[in-house]
Ligand binder design. Structure first.
Ligand code: ADP
Ligand code: MG
Length: 259
């Protein structure tokens, strides 16, 4: 193995740079996530949190640096000592290892809850419809929505839609699950039911990276809090270290605003 293929964690982000139209939004990010770890990613709006999450399943390419999941490069691969871009089919395959849940649920509106959940395992993992349905029923049960399997997204509350989105992300049995502000679009009374599902996943040992402004929740479930500011990780540590005794002035300023 060459130095570049030695990985330290399940997710390994090294010196990642990313610009949009000449503006650098990720400025050399390093982040390692260990199997079973729950990482809360915090930072002000515009600091690059969503962009960073999106690089982990190749919804964004990186300009420099590398992202690996379980030792496999996302988007690129080292061949003969050089990074080669992967073909679309390879990217889709690798993407199945990383689940993502967005702020606005992104369910297919014309499909029922259970149809939303079975779509990816059938299309990407070639599961038979009956196996996919069995898997999906189990997952909907796990998020407390077995009784809503045949409902369309518009017939569900925001909290229920987000729980379907979580079941759908789990259907590919990803190695890591990413959450991008999963409760930010919800009415306050619906936040708890979604956090309960995420808390259960954390307890089961699922590897999670969660972008959230729910500081209390981050403190409770995260093994590690990572603070991103202006495209750089400026502070990380245990929830107590970062949230109770932040060292960096920018972290203090942010916490003063959200707490
Ligand atoms: P955060 O999630 O922390 O709020 P983002 O990663 O969404 O931050 O955005 C970081 C910066 O990159 C912002 O200035 C945003 O406007 C910009 N940005 C994000 N995505 C794009 C894009 N597709 N095209 C142009 N600019 C983008
Ligand atoms: Mg964002």
């Amino acid at each position: 193995m060459t130095a570049a293929t030695v990985t330290r964690g399940l997710v390994d982000i090294r010196n990642v740079h990313k610009s949009f139209h000449g503006t650098e939004v990720l400025r050399g990010v390093d982040l390692t996530v260990q199997p079973g770890e729950v990482v809360a990613l915090l930072g002000p709006s515009g600091s690059g949190k969503s962009t960073l999450l999106r690089t982990i399943n190749h919804l964004e390419t990186v300009d420099a640096g590398s992202v690996t999941v379980d030792g496999e490069f996302i988007g690129y691969e080292l061949r003969h000592g050089k990074l080669h871009e992967l073909r679309e089919r390879e990217i889709l395959q690798r993407r199945t290892q990383v689940g993502i849940v967005f702020q606005n649920f992104h369910l297919f509106p014309h499909l029922t809850a259970i149809e939303n959940v079975i779509e990816a395992p059938i299309a990407l993992k070639r599961l038979s419809k009956s196996d996919a349905l069995e898997l999906a029923r189990g997952l909907l049960d796990r998020v407390g929505l077995a009784h809503k399997a045949d409902a369309y997204p518009r017939q569900l509350s925001g909290g229920q839609q987000q729980r379907v989105a979580i079941a759908r992300a789990l259907a590919l049995q990803p190695k890591v699950l990413l959450f991008d502000e999963p409760t930010s679009a919800l009415d306050p009374e619906l936040v708890g039911e979604v956090l309960d599902v995420i808390r259960d996943l954390a307890k089961l040992g699922t590897t999670l990276v969660i972008v959230t402004h729910e500081i209390g929740f981050a403190r409770e479930v995260a093994d590690r809090v990572v603070f991103l500011d202006d495209g750089r990780v400026i502070e990380q540590g245990s929830p107590d270290e970062v949230l109770s005794r932040p060292r960096h002035p920018r972290t203090r300023e942010f916490l003063a605003k959200v707490l």
